[in-house]
Design a binder for this molecule. Structure first.
Ligand SMILES: C[S@@+](CC[C@H](N)C(=O)[O-])C[C@H]1O[C@@H](n2cnc3c(N)ncnc32)[C@H](O)[C@@H]1O
Length: 365
């Protein structure tokens, strides 16, 4: 698989890039307890408060840089794009590029009905989609989606769908809402959502210690609602002596490469290989990835991958993108600790992300 996708060690060829995921901002009005943006119930101050500007989009995402770009996927690691005033202008600009598809993943718990009608008019492509992350019904959604407002969400979704917008309902399952899956599906259908997806979270597991976390929200009781990583870890523990050996030895099957040379742009304009590596400057996962990020910054500078100040060509020709990242997965005989535990966690034998097929179901309504 790797051999087919990576003819050489180069991570991505700008001309071939079809998919960009964007974390537009670190702003959000919610405080979901398992979100990377939240620490001890509050906004985590290791993160800057930032957003991309319309000028950033014009400079970075244009047809000179990405002649083959087909899809922009707004799904933040740390923020919700709707919380930013520059988001709608950016969306309108992106529509002028003739993309095949734009997706937005959001709580929907902000802005008024007119704003959502406008989003529906802009996202009018055959494949455009807004994914509303709503984890239950009126009496449960706010338990995980702290600070969300049910009436606001329902009003906004209605305005969006009535104006012709295509919407999917994504529901994370916890102990407090797993009994409501059927009722949520029914409501989603009644409201005109075109798709419904149940997502099982792996965030009850502290992956680097192979341990379960104690959280304010509780994991689901039903087996079918539990994230896949618990079982995957059992296997991995039998094969490897510890986490470090697992990271060294597991082979990497890069999920972003499978998106057609996919890349990730963060709220500072920094380009990353994927959504998971994009977080390492703020939330490094473990000592190993913290060190790997420090080495990158020491060797190439803090803004080595920033498209506000560097050209796309410069960034993709940086040694990390051009060689070191892919080499770190492959040269198992010369393990130099450059391989990131983040790659091993999401694209190794373990697939931690709740977005993978293993952790969710999709249903047309
Ligand atoms: C950080 S959110 C940002 C976008 C938006 N605020 C939202 O919540 O959909 C990005 C993704 O993380 C997912 N997410 C949030 N909490 C999660 C959890 N505990 N487990 C798995 N995925 C989670 C959301 O469903 C969404 O797909």
């Amino acid at each position: 698989m790797l051999k087919d996708l990576f003819k050489d060690y180069r991570y991505a060829d700008a001309k071939k890039v079809e998919y960009l995921q964007v974390d537009h901002t670190t702003f959000c009005n919610l405080l979901c307890p398992q979100c990377g943006r939240v620490y001890n119930g509050k906004f985590d101050s290791v993160l800057p408060r930032k957003e991309l500007s319309l000028d950033d989009y014009k400079k970075i995402i244009n047809r000179d840089n990405f002649p083959n770009l087909k899809r922009v996927f707004f799904c933040g690691n740390f923020g919700d794009a709707i919380a930013s005033d520059t988001f709608l202008p950016a969306l309108k600009y992106l529509k002028t590029l003739g993309l095949e598809r734009i997706d937005l993943v959001t709580s929907g718990s902000m802005r008024d009905a007119d704003w959502w009608r406008e989003v529906a008019k802009v996202l009018n492509g055959k494949k455009d989609l807004v994914v509303f992350s709503i984890d239950g019904l009126e009496d449960t959604n706010h338990i995980y989606r702290v600070n969300s407002n049910w009436k606001t969400i329902m009003r906004n979704v209605t305005a969006f769908i009535e104006t012709g917008g295509r919407a999917r309902w994504d529901m994370l399952v916890f102990k407090h809402n797993e009994h409501q899956v059927e009722d949520v599906r029914k409501l989603a259908k009644e409201m005109g959502f075109i798709r419904f997806s149940v997502k099982r979270t792996n965030r009850f597991v502290e992956i680097k210690d192979f341990e379960e976390l104690k959280e304010k929200v509780e994991k689901p009781k039903e087996e079918k609602n539990k994230g896949s990583v618990v079982k995957e870890l059992e296997k991995v523990k039998e094969t490897y002596k510890d986490w470090n050996e697992y990271v060294d030895k597991t082979s990497i099957n890069c999920k972003f490469k499978a998106h057609g040379d996919g890349l990730f742009l963060d709220f500072e304009g920094k380009l990353w290989p994927c959504t998971w590596l994009a977080g390492i400057g703020y939330k490094p996962l473990d000592k190993r990835t913290e060190q790997m990020h420090k080495n990158l910054v020491t060797e190439y500078g803090e803004y080595f991958n920033c498209l506000k100040s560097k050209s796309l060509k410069e960034v993709l020709n940086n040694k990390w993108f051009k060689k070191e990242l892919v080499k770190s997965w492959r040269d198992f005989d010369h393990i130099d600790k450059k391989k990131s535990s983040v790659c091993a966690m999401n694209c190794g034998e373990i697939s931690y992300t709740s977005s993978s097929e293993k952790n969710r179901s999709f249903e047309e309504l």
